[in-house]
Design a protein around this ligand. Structure first.
Ligand SMILES: Cc1cc2nc3c(=O)[nH]c(=O)nc-3n(C[C@H](O)[C@H](O)[C@H](O)COP(=O)(O)OP(=O)(O)OC[C@H]3O[C@@H](n4cnc5c(N)ncnc54)[C@H](O)[C@@H]3O)c2cc1C
Length: 504
């Protein structure tokens, strides 16, 4: 009899879903971890689950990390960032019992074929549960049909709160925060092992069966190590180049530790100031799964000498005071837990999370009332993309996005509000926002892409008076006010010119 039943995962059963409810195949050749969202070796629930299966079944563990190429926004920028993460994973798994198999599609759909071939020989496959069909996840969907006879488990390692601990989409961050304060206590210490493969004695597999590795070869180990993987023949957008920031768990760890040691103490004051660069810069690493929010919380707990005794008894829904940490840490936690996870909540419980119709009624009503208002300026998607509006601050934000794949926190809100103001209709504004954000932002195509973009149009917000042209009761922002509030002089010096711009 198998010891590990469905609930015996060492973590909350709410994190585990059976995508194919087949029995484990005890005579299979190996257990597979199909890595697509939690692209890391440490603090990884899904890897932990797969390693536990391998140990129990006394079978080798194969970690297949997938880089697909069939997505609408696939480009050099995201491929390079992913590959840098794969380099770290290859290095970190080299000394372990698991076989690491980094696979990059050269044509859309290949990873689905590899998945189907592996599923015939595997005891079980464990994969990441992510609420958005990223290309690497979408690629296997056609193969998860009723003819697929492998046990396929999905593990949710996205947030501190398991996505299925809630039963509905929360319309406001305040409501979600109150819910978190009522439920999070029991999940705070439900963390994945820091090193799920430590002390695991597994039979070692040197390579995948020849017919599989010949047909779907792994990325060449030297090319991966030297950052020389050739993307030239791939059907991806080659015009959007890599960002200077390096991807991968090593860079993620460095960014996080630097923030914790040098910036966290002033996060509340500095987060919104472009000239202090006071935010963590972690969103891309979180999006690619190069760092886990569980590791972040663990380090914060140590840093703050915190114990659960400090938690407030009552769920007030207030931003500060529930954790019982210092104000800066609480403010950071409100972003990385409340705001980050409300986005995962929305994408989990609303199939229409990326559609205009998912906006709250009040927002649709007020936007439609003002749909016919004259726009002071109108730009096409190409003009937006080329940072060619009349507004120097907006153009600077767009240039930062083009060059670095990011926009400073506060300016990102202004950037979005102006796209609403300068597009022919709110529906077209939404299309423009999704296209620009997900095409260029290194943290794009994330649940938080949709929460941020839809926030521009009123989601998670409330009506704000006075009623204005175009915006109606949607919260308004102006470049003049923003420039008065923020210290933008240096920002404009850095991003105010065409230097280093992509050409259109
Ligand atoms: C129009 C628009 C588009 C956005 N698109 C994205 C996107 O594609 N991907 C993305 O991750 N975030 C997006 N955001 C949210 C926010 O801008 C980024 O999360 C933040 O700028 C990331 O920088 P940081 O890691 O330095 O943040 P920090 O201030 O250091 O915050 C730490 C973490 O908390 C989370 N967080 C912080 N602010 C928010 C927020 N407002 N909403 C949700 N989570 C938050 C992020 O995971 C972030 O990494 C968008 C916001 C707007 C207004």
């Amino acid at each position: 009899m198998l010891l590990m039943d469905r609930d015996d995962s060492g973590f909350s059963p709410l994190r585990l879903q059976l995508a194919r409810d087949c029995p484990v195949n005890p005579s299979g050749a190996f257990v597979v971890y199909w890595m697509t969202a939690a692209r890391r070796v440490h603090w990884n629930f899904a890897l932990q689950r797969a390693a536990d299966w391998a140990a129990e079944l006394k079978r080798p563990l194969v970690v297949v990390e997938v880089l697909a190429c069939g997505g609408r926004w696939d480009c050099d920028r995201f491929h390079r960032f992913t590959l840098e993460g794969m380099t770290d994973n290859a290095r970190q798994l080299a000394g372990h019992a698991a076989l690491y198999y980094p696979f990059m599609e050269s044509q859309p759909g290949e990873s689905g074929e590899l998945f189907a071939a592996l599923s015939k020989q595997a005891c079980a496959i464990v994969m990441d549960d992510f609420p958005i069909a990223l290309p690497a996840i979408a690629a296997i969907e056609p193969h998860c049909n009723p003819h697929c006879n492998v046990r396929l488990e999905k593990v949710d390692g996205n947030g501190l709160l398991p996505m299925r601990a809630a039963d509905r989409a929360f319309p406001t961050a305040a409501g979600f925060r109150r819910f978190l304060q009522k439920t999070l206590r029991e999940h705070i210490f439900d963390t994945p092992a820091a090193n799920p493969l430590a002390r695991k004695k597994l039979p070692r597999l040197e390579s995948l069966p020849g017919e599989i590795s010949r047909r779907w070869p792994a990325i060449d180990a030297d090319d991966l190590k030297n950052g020389k993987v050739d993307l030239s023949a791939l059907p991806i957008d080659r015009s959007i180049g890599a960002v200077e920031e390096k991807g991968g768990s090593v860079a993620a760890e460095k960014a996080w530790k630097r923030f914790l040691q040098t910036k966290l103490a002033r996060y509340g004051e500095d987060r919104n100031q472009p000239e202090t660069a006071g935010a963590s810069g972690l969103s891309a690493y979180l999006h690619f799964g190069h760092i886990s929010v569980h590791e972040i919380l663990h380090d914060l707990i140590v840093h703050e000498s915190w114990t659960p005794a400090a938690l407030a008894e009552k769920a007030t829904g207030c931003r500060e005071g529930w954790w019982g940490m210092r104000a800066a840490a609480e403010s950071f936690l409100d972003e990385i837990v409340t705001w980050r996870e409300v986005g995962f909540n929305g994408c989990t419980f609303r199939e229409d999370f990326d559609r205009y119709e998912s906006l709250p009624d009040w927002a649709q009503t007020t936007l439609s009332k003002h749909a016919g208002d004259k726009r002071p300026s109108l730009y096409t998607l190409d003009r937006f993309a080329a940072a060619a509006t009349h507004d120097p601050l907006w153009n600077a934000a767009q240039r930062q996005l083009l060059r670095e794949g990011r926009i400073h926190n506060y300016l990102r809100m202004l950037w979005g509000k102006k796209i609403l103001e300068w597009s022919p209709s709110p529906q077209i504004a939404l299309d423009n926002l999704i296209e620009l954000n997900n095409r260029y932002a290194i943290d794009g195509q994330d649940p938080n892409s949709y929460s941020g973009i839809f926030w521009i149009l009123g989601r998670y917000d409330r009506p704000w008076g006075p009623e204005r042209p175009i915006f109606g009761l949607i919260r308004y922002m102006s470049s003049e006010n923003t420039a008065r509030k923020l210290r933008v002089k240096e920002y404009l010096q850095v991003y105010g010119s065409e230097k280093g711009m992509l050409r259109f």
